[in-house]
Design a protein around this ligand. Structure first.
Ligand code: F6R
Length: 262
């Protein structure tokens, strides 16, 4: 795991977009795992700019989103399918048939979980998984006590997560769906590389626990410590409770891999 800290949210999003763009240019048929939420909005906006200004080509990419609310039809403006169409898919040259979001309206959620896992397998697995982190430590919607080996399935959201996402539902946490389909922690860990991004002081305590604390199913993001190719990209506020900061900065300044990004 490598932790990279940038001075503000804009620089963090710029670097995340550069990492993603580099992988797309190296492998045009990249399989991308995608996240939604506020953290991702600016990253997608920069990728859209790169598509228009620097020929970043999504035409051969496949994408798999982490999660979707249960009970929201795709056309609902709060569905994660709507979010993705709006922020990325409709603004770049991706083939919409190659974009995948779990079906939150599936009558049989167990079958939907299996179908989603099969679809990921069929394209050869995820090359780069993009993640945010929730205040409960969730990645995807893997709330506390999610098995570290879990696969795509339905999951109950915690009151804290419903509160965190209430803003999009007119400020009322009771309007946030109580369940979601989500890739499992085990599914996420199978991605060949992972990029987790966190912004702001509300994430500082949970980021420190996930990165420097023990691996525990109480904090799903702590399972990322098990992954051999995982970058954690933070702004100053989200990094403010990390104990090992000096070493992380030294690595970023000295590793040849990061030379072109410094
Ligand atoms: C969304 C997802 C979640 C979010 C997390 C952070 O698809 O999987 O894990 O990444 O809740 O959300 P924001 O960025 O809104 O703070």
């Amino acid at each position: 795991m490598e932790v990279i800290v940038r001075s503000n949210a804009e620089q963090t999003a710029q670097l995340a977009a550069l990492f993603i763009a580099k992988q797309i240019r190296q492998k045009p048929n990249l399989v991308l795992g995608l996240a939604t939420g506020r953290t991702m909005e600016r990253i997608y906006a920069i990728l859209v700019q790169m598509h228009h200004n620097d020929d970043l080509d999504f035409s051969k990419c496949h994408t798999f989103n982490l999660d979707e609310y249960i009970g929201l039809p795709t056309e609902d403006h709060n569905s994660y399918r709507s979010y993705m169409n709006h922020h990325l898919f409709k603004q770049v040259n991706i083939d919409i048939n190659n974009t995948h979001v779990p079906n939150g309206m599936a009558a049989d959620v167990t079958h939907e979980g299996k179908r989603y896992e099969e679809a990921i397998k069929k394209v050869g697995g995820i090359d780069l998984q993009l993640l945010g982190i929730g205040e409960t430590g969730h990645i995807g919607f893997n709330e506390p006590l999610s098995s570290l080996m879990s696969r795509t399935r339905d999951k109950s959201l915690t009151p804290k997560t419903r509160q965190q996402n209430a803003e999009m539902f007119g400020g009322d946490p009771n309007k946030v769906p109580s369940r979601a389909m989500t890739m499992g922690v085990g599914t996420i860990l199978e991605a060949r590389s992972i990029l987790m991004v966190a912004l702001g002081s509300s994430k500082a305590a949970i980021v420190a626990k996930a990165v420097e604390g023990p691996i525990t199913s109480m904090i799903s993001a702590s399972a990322l410590q098990l992954h051999s190719s995982c970058k954690i990209l933070l702004d100053e506020d989200a990094a403010s409770e990390l104990a090992g900061r000096e070493y992380y900065d030294w690595v970023f300044q000295n590793e040849p891999e990061y030379e072109s990004y410094r």
